[in-house]
Write a protein that binds this ligand. Sequence first.
Ligand code: FE2
Length: 537
Amino acid sequence: MIKSKLALSTAFLLWSVLLWGADLKISWREGKDNLYNHPARLQVTELEKGKPVNGASIFRNEELIGTTDVQGLFTTTALNTAAVKYTLKACIKEQCSDNVTYQVLASEYPFSTFISMGEEPSNSMSFTWQTSEKVKITLVECVRTDDQSGFRSAAVIRCKGTETLKELIDLDKPEGKRYNVTIHKTTVKDLNPDTNYKYRVGDGKYWQEGSFTTAPSSDTNGTVKFLFTADSQESTRENYQANLKAVLNKAFELNPDIRFIAHAGDMVNRGMNGQEWGWFYEAGCSYFMNYPLAPVVGNHETGGLVTTGPQQKNGAFLSYFNNPLNHTGLFAEGSAYSFNYGSAYLLCLDNQNLNDAMELKIKTGEGKYLRAALDWIKKDLQNASQGKRWKIVTMHQPIYGANRDEKELREVLAPIFDSCKVDLVITGHDHYYFRSFPMKYDKIKNEGEVVPIDQFGTVYLIGGSTCKKMYPQKFARPYQAVVMANDLFPGRYPWLRNEVLTLQNYSIFTVNPNELHYRFYDVLGNLKDEVSLNKNL
Ligand SMILES: [Fe+2]
């Protein structure tokens, strides 16, 4: 019988060892001077003789991540990408070690690295990541993927950024332990349009690497494709793996030319819970590190992380994303923003904040915050979208739907969308799929599927759900073109004629100056709905 010892040279881990019933013992050695060694070096040796074990398989959460070399060593960067719990196991032939559980809490190595839209996506890109509070340096380096010298090239673009200390709540017990992390944010400018780059973020010693492609130049008329998802909120790691990961894998498998991801909010169930953010990140990190994510804040993540000062509005959300700051006044920085991509303009709204402003007006008569927010929305729709053929608004809560549509919000937003000729409003929150007929002045403008520009109104979409929860439809609306919902209560709503939808889902937008083509798929890749909006030149 081969007995092995697994020594893990890293101490960003909080670990526990399962000792009972074990043939093998697992342990690791912490670095003396550097408690956050990275890459992590695992060593597998025979327990009694201390002899290195060549060819031992290393499993992380039962997924094979590599094998040891002749010295019994395996070096990897795969162990601390997301702030989640992992288990490790070493096996050779029939013999396996115990499972070792550890938790990534605060490494000097960057974790939870998201890339976001720069204010001008054709020449800029933004980055956010977290480290232990020890790290006080924020650096990013970008180099064209085709530069053979890589990060040693003289053409490397190097930028510094900002560090913010955050006190995060314990991953498992929100009322319990707290710990500090540094939130790093930076933006790279002066990039070339439509160009592949690789990047690395870190402090100059520990780096996390990824890649991205900038948007096409604003004066080109090519076709761009983006992925739209909504409501990935789950309460377990298993569900994130089974649902969000499966949705992203299928979407990118069938659409390798996706340029970016738009998310309509409610990424997690409890915005204050770092564990859920870790699960969310872990499920999608191979995409989040390599495709810009354009998120809006959902009602489940409006809370602030506890900081050294007062709680920050949308603080949890904003700790993970470095969105453009092209807003004014009411909205928390990075919660409401817009950007142009190809022939489309996207306005990402924080309608949680709008709801607060509306409530304030209703309860106290104080309307200046609501007016300021609406003025900004109108101005941005008129000015920032100039030269773009398609105006798309994304926000969390729907204002036309077949369940919880927001009447008060509709009354203030729909007239703005009408007057500014918004083509499409894409939302989440309701956990079913809904598409309206084109609407104008609260009336159905056109019931056709392909709509000429002169007859066009605004189409309102609710983008389904990537998570376990799928809700039923409650009301049949005159303006509904398509509804697909969960048949949770057969017979309760006999007036409904919706198609049953219980599988997780996603949407693909293909946009060029003449056409906005939208397709809705389930997680198996089955096309469920599609519509083409045309503006012939
Ligand atoms: Fe929601």
